[in-house]
Design a protein around this ligand. Structure first.
Ligand SMILES: CC(C)(COP(=O)(O)OP(=O)(O)OC[C@H]1O[C@@H](n2cnc3c(N)ncnc32)[C@H](O)[C@@H]1OP(=O)(O)O)[C@@H](O)C(=O)NCCC(=O)NCCS
Length: 169
């Protein structure tokens, strides 16, 4: 996602803390290269909870976007937050991202999956196409998280993700 070089150093403690969150699940994809293998994709998420920063940001954003308290509470009562999903540029365009997202959402106990992704013109990138293909709908558009001036969309879909929702598998 073109994060500045070195981002991994200051984000590593946060990623480490996320591992301890209830419902955490991660997936990865490796390609074999002779004797060794190389990690080409990672994704993870966990069960959202009211004390979490992302939850509080989205809660406020939904309120500002005109959602009723009841609808916000219902949506956020029991959800899986897709936190990170990345496929190395050399490995993109082969359905890996979709396979990983399907794997992440398989057999979840939550009622809803939520994620945030940067807004792009005409929703024209692989992330948007993937989320739309898998049935993610608008929750909030053009939302700015505290400390980040870029506009994001928050998207969501009900769970479970069934075989009928999986176009390519
Ligand atoms: C978003 C991202 C995870 C999607 O992963 P991906 O592996 O590139 O994409 P998908 O799994 O959706 O694959 C779809 C593409 O593979 C092609 N494909 C080939 N075989 C396929 C198969 N068996 N099944 C599905 N798609 C297949 C499709 O035609 C499609 O190509 P297109 O986008 O050129 O039309 C990845 O592009 C990425 O890491 N982007 C940068 C980081 C990012 O934006 N992350 C999300 C932040 S919220």
């Amino acid at each position: 996602m073109d994060y500045p070089k070195g981002t991994e150093h200051h984000r590593a403690p946060m990623w480490t803390e996320h591992i301890s969150r209830p419902g955490w699940r991660a997936v990865g994809a490796v390609v074999n290269q002779g004797q060794s293998s190389k990690l080409v994709a990672v994704g993870y998420g966990y069960r959202g909870a009211p004390h979490q920063w992302w939850h509080q940001q989205v809660y406020g954003g939904m309120r500002n976007a005109g959602w009723s308290e009841a609808a916000i509470r219902q949506t956020m009562a029991n959800y899986f937050e897709l936190t990170e999903l990345h496929v190395h540029p050399n490995a993109q365009g082969h359905g890996l991202g979709e396979a990983m997202l399907v794997r992440l959402l398989a057999d979840r106990t939550e009622q809803v999956a939520l994620l945030s992704t940067p807004e792009v013109n005409h929703e024209d990138n692989r992330a948007w196409r993937l989320y739309r293909r898998l049935g993610f709908n608008d929750v909030i558009r053009n939302f700015t998280f505290t400390g980040d001036s870029r506009p994001f969309a928050v998207l969501g879909r009900n769970l479970p993700l069934t075989a009928d929702d999986r176009p390519t598998s």
